[in-house]
Design a protein. Structure first.
Length: 57
């Protein structure tokens, strides 16, 4: 009987921690896409500003 309780406890802990890992993975995926979009926007802004400065001269 003790083995069944131990197995059930280990199984419950695995479900708890594995779902947490999936959640953290999803958060990092969202962070990566946000970072990529932010870098692209900054590069676009730099190109825009350089283009504006080139037209003045």
């Amino acid at each position: 009987m003790k083995i069944k309780w131990l197995s059930a406890g280990i199984l419950s802990l695995m479900f708890f921690f594995l779902s947490g890992c999936r959640l953290i993975g999803d958060i990092f995926k969202a962070g990566v896409w946000t970072g990529i979009l932010l870098v692209a926007a900054i590069i676009g802004l730099i190109v825009f500003l350089i283009g504006k400065m080139g037209k003045k001269g």
